[in-house]
Design a protein around this ligand. Sequence first.
Ligand code: HEC
Length: 158
Amino acid sequence: MRYIPRLLLIVGAISLAGCDTGPKGSIGFSLPDGDITRGKAAYIEFQCNACHVNEQVPQLDTGAPATISVTLGGETARIKSYGELVTSVINPSHKVARRGSDDMADEGGTSKMVSYNDIMTVSQLIDLVAFVQSSYELSPYSHTNYPVYWLPEPAQKD
Ligand code: HEC
């Protein structure tokens, strides 16, 4: 019986990994290298800085008090992949299930992030992803020191 929770964990891990496969998965997804400088220019042109805080770009003053402020860049334990960043830009509502705060989406779960899909070129998207990704910094990995436990030697059979 006590193996069942472990089995469930393994099945869960396999089905999570399975999200990437199939016709709607991300297998085979690869972006060409983007240009960080052009990405930063696009970031300012599209006014991403109205809702996003990024150390390298001054905040856009829209006159209205900012209701949305999502930090992009800075220290992180894991740099987001191209796939995650592209998805965040072209399909922001995808994150609905994992979103912690209600302010980020309307009642129907649609992200309050504006859609650029009809105005942004693919090159701009590639450059934007390169810029946003470059503004993350991996936080130093800290080791956990686990004490060493010695197992008693099995009793010798004479
Ligand atoms: C009207 C406000 C608004 C604008 C403008 C905006 N965003 Fe967002 N963005 C959001 C919100 C709100 C989220 C929060 C995540 C969500 O919707 O789940 C978000 C999330 C993101 C994320 C994911 C962040 C994370 O940590 O998961 C990325 C990347 C991103 N935006 C990039 C951009 C880029 C690039 C632009 C400009 C082309 C832009 N955004 C413009 C509101 C905005």
